[in-house]
Design a protein around this ligand. Structure first.
Ligand code: URA
Ligand code: SF4
Length: 200
């Protein structure tokens, strides 16, 4: 049998490949339909995610729901996951070796879902695609990275309480329908891939 999302989630829930397995309550594999057109990658589970085993259910998650509605998207139609699947103690930053240990799960999720567009939330998921970029310079721009359309955005938890970032992230989410439409068109009709969508 081939790989599937439930199989990956089952492996994540019992994973002990890095030390975060020792402090977690529940691992948070991520959730959403296997045919999602768009995938959101956050940083790592927080307190509420660790308790419930579900991504983005705390304050940042409520804000993410609002942002999704600005993009005309429902949570049920998108895939939401994190760069590390277990909560770092006291919400510290994930360490490079933890990110590396966890990467195969995210790689497999992406390989199965084949999203048209990946939205990175915060710098850790951005670094997977654009290691030298600054979010302040590139947020909201659709970029082709290794055959994948990627849009870097601020992390909702950061943007929630900083008005300038909040206005930026809201504007960026409002651009998503057009970015998705362009990425779909690009997939069906465009043999030569442009470096960047001509949206801005
Ligand atoms: N912040 C994240 O990066 N991910 C979550 O799942 C929740 C909060
Ligand atoms: Fe395994 Fe990832 Fe959790 Fe580390 S963070 S224990 S690699 S699932």
């Amino acid at each position: 049998m081939g790989d599937d999302l439930n199989q990956i989630a089952a492996e994540v829930r019992v994973c002990s490949l890095c030390p975060l397995s020792q402090s977690r309550t529940q691992a948070v594999p991520g959730e959403g339909p296997p045919n999602a057109q768009i995938m959101f990658i956050g940083e790592g589970p927080g307190f509420h995610e660790d308790r419930t085993g579900r991504p983005f259910v705390g304050a940042a998650g409520k804000f993410l729901d609002e942002l999704l509605s600005l993009a005309g998207l429902k949570r049920e139609e998108v895939f939401i996951t994190n760069i590390v699947k277990c909560r770092p103690p006291a919400n510290r930053d994930p360490r490079p070796e933890e990110i590396e240990a966890c990467q195969p799960y995210l790689d497999r999720q992406i390989a199965l879902i084949k999203p048209r567009v990946i939205v990175t939330l915060g710098r850790y998921s951005m670094a997977r695609y654009l290691p030298n970029a600054r979010i302040s310079a590139i947020h909201g721009q659709a970029r082709r990275v290794g055959g994948q359309w990627v849009v870097a955005m601020y992390h909702p938890a950061a943007a929630l309480h900083q008005m300038a970032l909040r206005q930026d992230i809201e504007a960026d989410f409002r651009k998503l329908p057009q970015i998705i439409a362009q990425a779909n068109q690009d997939e069906t009709s465009e043999p030569e891939k442009p470096e960047q969508l001509s949206l801005f």
